[in-house]
Design a protein around this ligand. Structure first.
Ligand SMILES: [Zn+2]
Length: 381
């Protein structure tokens, strides 16, 4: 049943162990090695582009600390007692103490009760807080008072979009970051680490997550499509979504975005492919054709936010720059090999710089339409 596959796709392919996380091998190996040695800090920052696996990894850290395979407690052999019967605590032998010394395994098992509860977000010891909607001092005070209560599991607090916290909220959080209550780990996840106060950063271990590269994404989607037999679910072979690379380009470095494109494709929903429009926009900019550029912009804006348009343009100028050195990128199919080898690198660099400038200007005014229009005019000059 197609509808069934739609609901399970994102859940089914959610990483269950660190080894399932794609495109972050360096960061994951640093992290797992720290877990193995028991040297991972109690205050962490996971930063990187959206969809790169920050929150998923934070959940796996929580799973590691709570998994019965990573930190087993040996059942004592007492005559007359069965497994699971109440025994005196003194008879149990913990192997490793989470966050203090070596675990038996680094990878969470993914199967025990704790692992499963953490994966679906219902574990009592793991708190996920969206900092975007809990920005104030009161929210942090509330969190701090909750953390005073002792629970049986290892507490992990995951603060998503941490850069959204107010300055006062951050200041209020400082002491907790410096010295969390015993058994508590705090993980700040953010796409914009430069917005975190220096006093916060200096109290945390920082882990950077890269944008997942195209080839890795494409290979991942290809694997899913094969495993899920997606083509035979009625997608036309010539459809945009029969090509893992197209999905990877559209996903823009985010594993999750590509998965949701696949889900939409499965449910028969149309996901607009606007690569051709970007190709025409870059062409119009290159030819200093302001009217055409603004026309295309108006169309693009119907489907995408101004910021996304500029970020996608940045990517196109980046790809075009690589093409001028003869490297094959996703834009080759649009421009053709002879055109790409004639690209003017100097102009591409200038255009890229202008895009970065436009992106910065979005924060200066709430009117993103004007910023984008003026920015495109500048690019055409
Ligand atoms: Zn487990």
């Amino acid at each position: 049943m197609i509808s069934n596959s739609v609901t399970v796709l994102a859940t089914k392919w959610r990483p269950k162990i660190f080894g399932d996380i794609i495109g972050q091998s360096h960061t994951i190996s640093q992290l797992t090695s720290a877990l193995d040695k028991g040297t991972l800090g109690h205050a962490l920052i996971f930063c990187g582009t959206r969809g790169s696996g920050k929150t998923t990894t934070a959940r796996l850290v929580a799973a590691h600390y709570n998994c019965e395979v990573c930190y087993p407690v040996e059942e004592p052999k007492v005559e007359g007692y069965g497994k699971g019967d109440a025994v005196f605590p003194i008879l149990t032998t913990p192997i490793g103490v989470p966050g203090l010394n070596s675990p038996k395994e680094v990878e969470p098992c993914g199967k025990c009760k704790d692992c499963k509860m953490i994966r679906v977000g219902v574990h009592p010891s793991v708190m996920e807080i969206d900092a975007a909607s809990n920005t104030g001092v009161d929210n942090i005070r509330e969190l701090q008072s909750v953390l005073q209560y002792v629970t049986s599991g290892q507490r992990v607090v995951i603060l998503d979009e941490a850069h959204m916290l107010s300055k006062n909220a951050f200041n209020c959080l400082l002491k907790t970051l410096e010295e969390p209550p015993p058994g508590v780990t705090i993980i700040l996840c953010t796409t914009e680490p430069h917005k975190l106060l220096d006093t916060v950063k200096s109290r945390c271990q920082i882990y950077e997550f890269q944008e997942v590269d195209l080839r890795t994404l494409a290979t991942f989607y290809e694997h899913i499509m094969k495993s899920e037999n997606i083509k035979s679910n009625g997608l036309p072979t010539e459809s945009l979504f029969s090509d893992p690379m197209s999905i990877a380009i559209k996903a823009n470095g985010s594993v999750r975005d590509g998965l949701s494109i696949l889900q939409k494709a499965l449910s028969g929903e149309q996901e607009a492919d606007n690569s051709k429009q970007y190709f025409e926009l870059v062409g119009a900019i290159y030819n200093q054709d302001v009217i055409t550029a603004l026309d295309i912009l108006q169309e693009l804006r119907k489907a995408e936010e101004s910021r996304v348009v500029i970020q996608t343009l940045e990517k196109w100028f980046y790809w075009c720059s690589l093409e001028s050195f003869g490297m094959k990128t996703p834009v080759r199919d649009y421009f053709g090999e002879s055109a790409t080898s004639n690209f003017d690198l100097g102009r591409l660099q200038e255009s890229f710089k202008t895009c970065l400038e436009i992106e910065r200007n979005f924060t200066a005014t709430p009117n993103s339409k004007i910023v984008l229009d003026m920015g495109i005019l500048k690019l055409c000059m």
